[in-house]
Design a protein around this ligand. Sequence first.
Ligand code: URA
Length: 253
Amino acid sequence: MALESDREELKMMAASLRRHLEWYGRAGVRFLPRSRLSEMAPEGGIEEGLLGGVEGNLFSDYAAAYRANTLEELRAAVGDCRRCKLWSGRTHIVFGTGNPKAKIMFVGEGPGRDEDLQGEPFVGRAGQLLTDIITKGMALKREDVYIANVIKCRPPENRNPEADEVESCEPFLKKQVELIRPQIIVALGKFAVQTLLRSKVPITRLRGIWHDYHGIKLMPTFHPAYLLRNPGDKKLVWEDIKNVLKELKTLAA
Ligand code: URA
């Protein structure tokens, strides 16, 4: 299953190039010399392939991530990420945690204060509720599933992530999904759901219904932080989780 099509790779490369050029622009550079590719090649020369010749030069932002074969390699490719402006305010990159072979993957919005401090997703109050859903509701352990977010760095004052931040970070989530290959993704909350599904439809209409994320079944449900404010809707999330468990059973049969 190749989640990132050539087209998508090219889109990311174009975005990467744009960011580099914008960076030059901000630094006051108005003209760029025509360098020969060979002068920009990494030590050891240029490899063949779509991304092979570009690693180590202008397009290097994502090349190593696309090539990662394990979550560890992917984490290494994320590095000390500065691909968007969120790097300056973060304490930790919150990459994701759990079973690299999980059948279920939970995807939230982005780290909050506790997650930023600890470097792990869903460890604050909302995280405790998610842990309860996993352990008490599904009779699983946190270590059985995989938990990640659309963006890996905390936005200032927990504001919503901005479009350029999502654009910079979502390739890593896609690659996580590709490497883990879960049977089911549970998308938590309006932001994650609408981002992953490229939809503006309200979550109240999307939740509880199966959707597709690059060939993987995706169940949208409410965010645990929303449930803390609206405990009356816990029963709807329970409906969604029961649906997930039923589907998991069907897939195993
Ligand atoms: N909310 C999220 O969406 N993700 C976290 O990791 C924590 C809170």
